[in-house]
Design a binder for this molecule. Structure first.
Ligand SMILES: *[C@@H]1O[C@H](CO)[C@@H](O)[C@H](O)[C@H]1NC(C)=O
Ligand SMILES: *[C@@H]1O[C@H](CO)[C@@H](O)[C@H](O)[C@H]1NC(C)=O
Ligand SMILES: *[C@@H]1O[C@H](CO)[C@@H](O)[C@H](O)[C@H]1NC(C)=O
Ligand SMILES: *[C@@H]1O[C@H](CO)[C@@H](O)[C@H](O)[C@H]1NC(C)=O
Ligand SMILES: *[C@@H]1O[C@H](CO)[C@@H](O)[C@H](O)[C@H]1NC(C)=O
Ligand SMILES: *[C@@H]1O[C@H](CO)[C@@H](O)[C@H](O)[C@H]1NC(C)=O
Length: 359
């Protein structure tokens, strides 16, 4: 029950002042009528506990309360609800249903609430919602049916909110036909390594913000899908692009589609030699897989040729082993003869008596 809802308690009956019985009866009846009028009926001016309500603009703002839940008594006239700085760990099914009925709310801002989990159908009962801001939370559990029942949603902000372990769950959750009117999806600062969407043709996307993530490259399959979304503008600054031949399809998309709205700000982070170089400023050769492959192929080819030459050399040696043996023998014989001649001469020269005898 709402703690602020006023309870009318009649104190008159046991009053110390003695009154005539008719007066008491009249008072009792009056109090009964009053309590009937006031107690269970929700007043239109009700504003949830610890929130500020601006009826004119239809805005309800609830900041930094100690509450760990979504207020249960959101006024029917609310068009914008801003909850911030609360410790809401889980958004439960139908968390924004006001006493079981739908709300005409169009803007729901839930940034900085420490939200960790979104349960299935958490946003049930908000059929007119156009903007949902879930930035700066710590989402680690996102149901695949988290965003069901939001047919009018145009902007979804999830900046700095999705933990790396929940990236795959996010893809599943976004893969729903009910987001068919989604115009703008912001996913900055989530350490994402790829576009967290399985397909792009189920939305009506005009802006996809992926700045400050961990995207190193976008493959040709995704590039093909991007080309098909002619209205779409993609923002990709502050990602660590790996500028090798894997970037080829993306490089040409960047060069000739003009779909990347911040293309001038994309920088290479690898390889070392190209760090800080704008991706746009690369030459076709830098991302040419043919080139890179040719280089690799030529090294392999050179190695093969060298190996072949070595093999031929060994083969020649082997086939000629008879001749080589003979040749070696000849050399040895020649050496021996030579040695013998020397030996003989030495013996002759070294004995002076023999020399004298000879003379
Ligand atoms: C948030 O609430 C949870 C329990 O629901 C508690 O464990 C946690 O310490 C709270 N965090 C903060 C910052 O208040
Ligand atoms: C809440 O809804 C129930 C029926 O669903 C109704 O009886 C009750 O009066 C409603 N309370 C308020 C405050 O609207
Ligand atoms: C999300 O990011 C966009 C642009 O990067 C910004 O306009 C928007 O205000 C951000 N939202 C929050 C809640 O920080
Ligand atoms: C990038 O995102 C990280 C969180 O992933 C955040 O801490 C950092 O401030 C962001 N940097 C910029 C320049 O927005
Ligand atoms: C991006 O590519 C991956 C695999 O390469 C694929 O699973 C995914 O559906 C693609 N997403 C888009 C939006 O093209
Ligand atoms: C875009 O780049 C590709 C290279 O893959 C090229 O074949 C194509 O002609 C280019 N398109 C335009 C419109 O320049």
């Amino acid at each position: 029950m709402n703690p602020r809802r006023k309870m009318w308690i009649f104190h008159g009956a046991n009053s110390s002042v003695r009154l005539s019985s008719t007066w008491t009866q009249w008072c009792l009846r009056y109090a009964a009528v009053l309590s009937l009028l006031c107690s269970p009926v929700r007043t239109d001016d009700a504003c949830p506990y610890s929130c500020v309500c601006a009826r004119d603009s239809g805005t309800v703002t609830c900041r930094d309360g100690e509450d760990t839940e979504v207020p249960g008594d959101i006024p029917e006239w609310t068009s914008s609800l801003i909850l911030r700085g609360r410790n809401i760990s889980t958004l439960q099914r139908g968390a924004f249903m006001s006493n079981g009925s739908e709300l005409d709310m169009t803007i729901l801002s839930l940034s900085y609430n420490g939200i960790q989990a979104i349960e299935p159908y958490a946003f049930l009962g908000l059929p007119r919602l156009r903007l949902l801001d879930l930035s700066h939370n710590q989402l680690e559990l996102i149901s695949s049916r988290a965003f069901h029942g939001l047919p009018d949603l145009r902007s979804l902000y999830l900046n700095n909110s999705v933990l790396p372990s929940a990236a795959a769950q996010l893809s599943e959750a976004l893969d729903t036909q009910t987001l068919q009117n989604l115009h703008r999806l912001e996913l900055a600062g989530n350490r994402l390594r790829s576009i967290p969407m399985l397909r792009l043709d189920i939305y009506n996307l005009h802006a996809l913000v992926l700045v400050n993530n961990s995207i190193e490259s976008i493959g040709w399959e995704n590039v093909t899908n991007l080309y098909q979304q002619t209205r779409l503008r993609v923002y990709l600054a502050l990602n660590p692009f790996r500028c090798n031949c894997g970037l080829e399809a993306f490089y040409y998309w960047l060069k000739n589609s003009s779909q990347c709205a911040d293309s001038g700000h994309l920088l290479c982070s690898e390889p070392e030699a190209k760090r800080g170089v704008p991706v746009e400023m690369l030459r076709g050769d830098d991302v040419d897989c043919m080139n890179e492959n040719l280089e690799a192929v030529s090294y392999v080819f050179l190695g093969l040729v060298l190996a072949l030459i070595g093999l031929v050399f060994l083969m020649v040696l082997y086939l000629n082993r008879g001749g080589i043996k003979r040749w070696l023998n000849n050399i040895r014989d020649a050496c021996r003869d030579q040695m013998e001649v020397y030996h003989y001469r030495y013996e002759q020269d070294s004995d002076p008596r023999l020399a004298n005898v000879a003379v």
